[in-house]
Design a protein around this ligand. Structure first.
Ligand code: FAD
Length: 117
């Protein structure tokens, strides 16, 4: 089957959106279990990501830059950084990670804020 660049890009945008929005809702002070859950999620995401070449690249990046799961800030900063690594490889504009703060909004308002999920 021919590569479909439009579908690949759309999958990428949707995936990044989910990933960054998840980070924006990750607890500021996660429990060990919450940090472990995020770490596993990222590993499994990289293993099961439906674009095989992307997954392969992403997996080798995870080895070089292990996921930072100790707090919301470090997780969001890490995801921004790795997305920028992909941007660089694809010759795209880099995102200013200092501006990540309010950029990703799950639309869920105040509900469940204490759970951070
Ligand atoms: P995207 O890169 O999809 O970004 C969407 C939006 O996110 C941007 O418009 C901007 O508002 C925001 N954004 C941009 N950079 C950041 C950042 N650093 N932090 C936070 N927000 C940001 N495509 C390939 O062709 N080859 C690959 O090897 C490849 N690997 C990928 C690996 C993964 C794990 C993922 C999720 C996607 C991968 N993609 C790959 C897809 C690629 O990254 C893009 O999603 C796709 O090319 C569409 O690009 P885009 O210009 O619309 O913006």
């Amino acid at each position: 089957k021919l590569e479909n660049a439009t579908a690949k890009a759309e999958l990428g945008r949707a995936s990044w959106k989910l990933l960054h929005t998840m980070m924006a809702r990750f607890p500021e002070k996660p429990t060990a279990d919450e940090s472990q859950a995020l770490k596993s999620y990222i590993q499994l995401f990289s293993r099961l990501y439906p674009c095989g070449d992307c997954a392969k690249h992403f997996q080798s990046m995870l080895k070089q830059y292990p996921p930072q799961v100790g707090s919301r800030n470090s997780a969001a900063g890490w995801a921004c950084f790795v997305h920028n690594q992909v941007n660089e490889r694809l010759h795209k504009e880099l995102f200013d990670c200092n501006k990540i703060g309010d950029f990703y909004d799950c639309g869920c308002g105040e509900e469940d804020k204490t759970k951070g999920a």
